[in-house]
Write a protein that binds this ligand. Sequence first.
Ligand code: FES
Ligand SMILES: [Fe+2]
Length: 380
Amino acid sequence: MTLLTELKPSLPSTWYYDPDHYALELRAVWYRDWVCIGRLEDVPEKGDYRVVELGDQRLIVTRNGDGKVNVFHNTCRHRGSALCTSDAGRFRNGRIICPYHTWTYSLDGDLVATPSRAETDDFHAEEFSLYAVHSDAWGGYLFINLSTAPEHSLLEFLGDEVQRVNNWPLADMVSVHQERADLACNWKVFWENYNECYHCPRMHPELCRLVPVYKKGLISRSDDPDWSPESADDDGEPHVAAGNATWTLDGQTILPPIPGPTDAERNIGMTFASFTASMFVVAHTDYVRSVRLLPTGPESVTLIVDWLLLPGVYESHKDEMEKTLQLGRLVVEQDGRACELNQEGLRSSRHQTGVLVAQEYWLWEFHEWLRDRLREEQAA
Ligand code: FES
Ligand SMILES: [Fe+2]
């Protein structure tokens, strides 16, 4: 994408708080696309489970005895009770037991017992397996698709973007630190903020010291009229300033380099891969950080930030971890504040729509993508 050559309208303000529009977007995007809901290591052992909330749906993620991760709706097939009463735990004896009338399921969702049920000839347990959710993994990240017939495989959905971080051993890495933030903003406000750096000079002074092009309010060096390639393969992506290696407050790293990335990838110090609209990954020479978002209401979204390292690195560098966390944490906090301010102002009855300036081209692309999705959903 290149700079817009004219102003474009932003989305209607009501789309950021109207409950009916929010419900439409859940159906058009979040209940239809592949959505990242965590890491495979979130349920490391047989029977471990997590309950994940996506929109108004609650899902159980669990691991069976063969190591396979399964995802089910948190709903009993008898009369629809919720199955899990806490957000995480372990199913004892590999059994998922409904707290209401004790229908009992295997870790693969098969109904295996219905204690105290008076028998009738027409009861067939195989007709009452848990509602399974399509799931698949990439790079150790677990994705789900709530559609009963997904239009694409996960890899088709992720597309070429995965190649940007192919050289990082994501699947072998583990999340060593996680932070959550509940923001009072519509999910689109956060995704838009992520897709422009017009706000960076004002909102992210520390990051701007590290990434010079951000100081100009640009997301890519090739957007700068003064830009010329530094080498034959320089595509104008942003990079850290000379003398810096990674995203820390002083630009220096204390963690061992991750094997895999090329010298060129190490030199730029930051490689983004974005998967609209549930996550992005930022890969550095020494650590990887991912940010996931899950909408929780018309004006609320939960962010989950993970820091990934290869196994064992955290244990041998515990004392230095804080330095690795600081900048990413600070940037998320700064963006969170900006997003909540944005949401607050969108409520004005006078503000029907805003405007996109030249360097907000990724927002325009996102808006076009979303409008297509909504049209398709309304036509369905
Ligand atoms: S609703 Fe689950 S056993 Fe009755
Ligand atoms: Fe930002």
